[in-house]
Design a protein around this ligand. Sequence first.
Ligand SMILES: NC(=O)c1ccc[n+]([C@@H]2O[C@H](COP(=O)([O-])OP(=O)(O)OC[C@H]3O[C@@H](n4cnc5c(N)ncnc54)[C@H](OP(=O)(O)O)[C@@H]3O)[C@@H](O)[C@H]2O)c1
Length: 422
Amino acid sequence: MRNAECGFFAECGFFADCGLIADCGFIADCGLNPNCGLNPNCGLNPNRGVNAESGREPIRNPQSAIHNQSAIRIPQSAMTTFDLVIVGYGNVARRFVSLLSEQRRTLAHDHGVAARVIATATRRHGYRYGGRKVEASSTLQFLGDALAKSRAAARKGRLVVVETTTLDVLRGQPATSHIRAALAGGAHVITANKGPVAFAYRSLTRAAARAGRQFLFEGAVMDGIPIFNLVRETLPAVTVAGFRGVVNSTTNFILTAMEQGQPFAAALAEMQARGIAEADPSLDVDGWDAAAKTAALANVLLDARITPHEVKRQGLTAETRQLAVAAMAAGRRLKLVARARREGRKVVASVGCEELPAADLLAGVEGHHNALVLETDLLEEIAIVQRGGGLTATAYALVSDLVTIARATAPPRRSARGRRSL
Ligand SMILES: NC(=O)c1ccc[n+]([C@@H]2O[C@H](COP(=O)([O-])OP(=O)(O)OC[C@H]3O[C@@H](n4cnc5c(N)ncnc54)[C@H](OP(=O)(O)O)[C@@H]3O)[C@@H](O)[C@H]2O)c1
C-alpha cells in the first residue's frame, strides 16, 4: 500500500518487499511486468514513470534499477563496476539512478562502466544498506557504517559516494562533512551539491589527493554543462581571468516571464513544479544560489578562496518586474548576472540584476537557459550556452563524473565495438 503522506510504499520503504515492483524495477525490457513504472498508463504505481509536468522521477528500488547485466555481453573482467552510496535520494539522485539504467548499454559497451546502488540515505525516510532498512543516529554515522561495510570495494577504488543532499547556502553543511568522511573512507565522491565546492573546494581537493580518490562536481553549476571539464581537460596552460554568466535557471525563467507580463508567483510555481527551483525558492530569488555558484566557479576556475558570503549579492526585488518591462521596451534585457574577476591578488565576485544591450550574448539567454562567458588570456572570450537544463542534465553530469572516475582509474581498453574508449 502506498502511504499517501510520504509517497513511499508503506510496506517497503524503497521497495524490496513491496511486491508491486520487486521484479521489474524499471528495467525497460524485462518483460515481466507491463505495469512496471515505465508504462505511462500504469495503474498500480501512483509514482510511475517521469511526471511530464514536474520531470521528477518516482521513488523506486534503486538496487534493482541500475541494470540488467544479463543483457550486456561483454566480459566482466573488462568492466569497472562501482558500488554507489547515495546520500540524499531526492529528484536529482532518482533521475541519476534511472539515467544509469537507461544508459547502461552505452556505459558498458563504450566505457566499460557499470554501477549498482548499495546504500541510500534520506533525511526523513531513513537509511538503507543492501536493500534493508538500517538504523543510525545521523547520516554521518550511517555513512561511516556503510563505508566500513564496503571496505573491499573502497580498497579497489570501486566505491563512490554520490552526495545529493539539499543545498545549505550558509555553511555548505552537512554535505561537506559527508564528502570529507567519504574520502577518508576510501570512496570517490561525485556531487551535484554546490555547497561543498563553494565553501570547501580547496580542502576537499586536498583531502581527495591525499586519499588518492576523485572529488568531482560537474553537476554543481549549470546542471550538465561541462564547464569544469572544459577548463580542466581542454584548456591546458590557459588562464581564466574572469567570467560572467546567467547561472540561475529559476530567476532567468521568472525574468523572461515577467517581461511577457506574467506574474512572478506563477513563473516561480512553474519552476517548482518542474523540480528546478531549490527546495527553498528564496535561495534562488534572493540570489543565494547564484552566489554559491559564483563562489564555486571562482574557487575552481580562478583559484579564489571565497564563500558565497564574499559574493556581493542582490536578488530579485519588488521593483524587478517594472525594470524588466522597461528594459524590454528600450530594446534591452534585464538579467541576473554572476561575475567574478581577478583584481591583483584578489578575486572580486558579484551577483545582481543588470540591464544588458540586446547584442550581449547573455541578453539572448531566455527562460530557464544558462550561459557562461569565460575571459581567458590566450583565447579571449569563450562562451558556453545551455538551452535546456534541468534534472536530466544534472543527472547526466553525475553519470559523466562516474565515467571520468573510471577513465582515471582503469587502464585503456577496447570497447565491445572494437573502438578504443576515449
Ligand atoms: N534539481 C535540480 O535541477 C538541481 C540542479 C543542479 C544541482 N542541484 C543540487 O542537487 C542537490 C539535490 O537536489 P534535489 O533537487 O534532488 O533536491 P531534493 O529533491 O530536495 O532532494 C534532496 C535529498 O537530500 C536528502 N537530505 C537532505 N538533507 C539530508 C541529510 N542531512 N541526510 C540525508 N539526506 C538528506 C533529502 O531527504 P528527505 O527527502 O527525506 O528530506 C532528499 O532525499 C541539491 O544540492 C541541489 O542544489 C539540483
